[in-house]
Ligand binder design. Structure first.
Ligand code: FUB
Length: 345
């Protein structure tokens, strides 16, 4: 049995995107809101309107969790329609001009500064998801939104992964059903959405490399295909196929693409040797939790790996009121991930 910890009993939060910045763990969650009588397959029950940042003093299983407060509100985003879903944040170093006073101190004409870019999915006023960006000079925010969505962006659930090999940032994204991925093919919006069924190839997540400042696409998004041991793409009817909640990390030179299977309620993983895959299906990370959605991130902190995720136990099973959890994650000597029971406490 794996020991788990509820991280923030004071409020309902979900979809944890977790990073270690300057040796401290930062959590970028969705902030769930009560929503009566609206549960449907379009996700109308997820009516989130703002983001908080949390961080942890030291060990995630025991350290104090700090709430840095509200760091971005929907009402401050100029193009906002509704529904601030799963976000992520990445750290950048940029060259900025120095002030006259800094030049007088001998700093030269430019200096390097750190900044943090948040990527968030939000529906515009036509009810179409795009991604917004918001910028901060501190990992705990506040984040200042850009005036318009990222050109070419669509769907939900961004994971902003910095590849330790080439140091570029790759964003993995996409979600079926309410996440609208079935409305796109080859990055073009379809007149008629197509959700594959049965033995058709499953709809893939997408991945796009960003420009060095993290503010735009450097290329067209590519499909992230999960294949079986024979190299055949997983089929739409396979309960292990991609649905939403991408998260990517590298361990011992192996790229792990991890994701939620949505209506079969699993967290699964697949492995590859580069950020674009293909990724070979590896197994189940987490069996179903209480609540419809399952969504996560995985980090290494001081030599131990952790799974951050959510469930709906504290809200009595309301799938739109979720609570953040963490537990240790174990790898076998061959790099496979040991399955955790979703209903273990
Ligand atoms: O939180 C809203 C949506 O529910 C997320 O974007 C999905 O991953 C699912 O957790």
């Amino acid at each position: 049995m794996t020991q788990k910890r509820y991280l923030f009993p004071a409020d309902y939060m979900a979809d944890p995107s977790v990073h270690v910045f300057d040796d401290r763990i930062y959590i970028y969650p969705s902030h769930d809101w009560e929503a009566s009588n609206v549960e449907n397959d379009n996700g109308d029950q997820y009516i989130m309107k703002d983001y908080h940042v949390l961080s942890i003093d030291g060990d995630p299983m025991t350290g104090t969790v700090v709430d840095h407060g509200c760091v971005l509100r929907q009402e401050d985003i100029p193009w906002a329609g509704r529904q601030l879903w799963d976000c992520d944040v990445q750290q950048y170093e940029t060259e900025v001009p120095t002030t006259a006073a800094e030049q007088a101190e001998g700093l030269g004409f430019s200096k390097k500064v750190r900044r943090y870019v948040m990527y968030f999915p939000l529906k515009d006023r036509n009810d179409v998801f795009h991604w917004g960006t918001a910028v901060a000079d501190n990992p705990a925010g506040p984040f200042i939104p850009q005036p318009a969505p990222v050109p070419g962006s669509y769907s939900i659930d961004m994971c902003a992964f910095r590849d330790p090999n080439d140091h570029q940032v790759y964003v993995y994204f996409g979600g079926l059903w309410g996440g609208q991925l079935q409305r796109y093919k080859d990055n073009i919006h379809l007149e008629t959405p197509h959700l594959p069924e049965g033995d058709e190839e499953a709809l893939p997540a997408r991945c796009v490399r960003l420009t060095p400042d993290g503010m735009a696409f450097a290329e067209a998004p590519r499909p992230i295909v999960v294949v079986d041991a024979d190299g055949r793409p997983l089929r739409a009817a396979d309960p292990h196929r991609f649905f939403e909640a991408s998260w990517t990390f590298v361990r011992n030179g192996v790229y792990y693409f991890t994701y939620s299977t949505g209506d079969s309620h699993l967290l699964c993983y697949a492995t590859g040797n580069n950020p674009y895959g293909p990724f070979t299906y590896g197994g189940v990370i987490l069996t179903p939790v209480v609540g419809w959605t399952t969504h996560h991130s995985i980090i290494e902190y001081h030599g131990q790996w952790y799974l951050f995720h959510h469930d709906s136990v504290p809200s009595g099973g309301k799938s739109w009121l979720r609570s953040l959890k963490v537990c240790p994650l174990t790898f076998a000597p061959d790099g496979s991930i040991l399955t955790i029971e979703g209903t273990d406490d």
